[in-house]
Design a protein around this ligand. Sequence first.
Ligand SMILES: [Zn+2]
Length: 294
Amino acid sequence: MSFSATTKRRLTEVLPGRRCCRRALLYGMLQGGRGFSLREMALQTEHSEISEVYSSLLEQLCEVQVEIEKGAFHILTVPENRRKKLLADFGHSPDELSVRLNRGNFHCDDCAAEYIRGLFLACGAISNPETDYHLEFNVPSLPLSRDVLSLWEELGYDAKCIKRKGHSVVYFKDSNVIEECLTLMGAGASALELIQIKMVKDIRNRSNRAANCDMANWSKVAAAGEQHRRALTVIRRHGGFGMLPEPLRELAQVRWDNPDVSLRELGELLDPPLTRSGVNHRLQKLCAIAEEWE
Ligand SMILES: [Zn+2]
């Protein structure tokens, strides 16, 4: 089961206790569904748990029995003769040109979060955090998406919005914000799962970076060793290390004997020891001499 499907299933497991919150949850599902008007009022979902919540809340709270069509998707339609009453129940007039969010339906501090949960069940999705951090609400109308954006803003979160195929997609990309949104909607288990996946990913990335870094250092050491070996070979061909000035002689021999150590390690092998930059300076001199003698 996808992360999105699991999250939705979790969100249907425990429904709010307060009547006002259950209404707010239903309101979110109605507004996130296919149409919230006299012309059309339906919910299309592939999750049987969501269709169950939708139909039972409509029956409990509004005495509406939905018509259910089962195929690849469940399509739950509010009968035409019940739509006007339902719109009125949520404070909407049937003549409204566009669907807006009516805050009059929020009665307690938790109602807004329940509305968002309903909206997510009807038109939300979340990516698998293994591949991407993305949580979205595919809001069916532009004016409603603006209301949803400002609702998120009041809750303290900056969502983004783009248009996609006539819908307005309100979305989050920040993994920390997505964790908080999941918790707010009541999917704490999904938030925890996301945190765990993120930790494992971070550790994996960090060790990959460290391995890449080791590899880069190692090839630098190998390349330098090769260059020095070539220079020292030239010097040996032209009379040997004994021809070199005193401070370079010992280093030339130690380098010849230790072609694959780093400059710092090379400095430690000298007597007296020499710093990395001191070693580097003298090796450059050796290379310059070799170039001259060649
Ligand atoms: Zn409430």
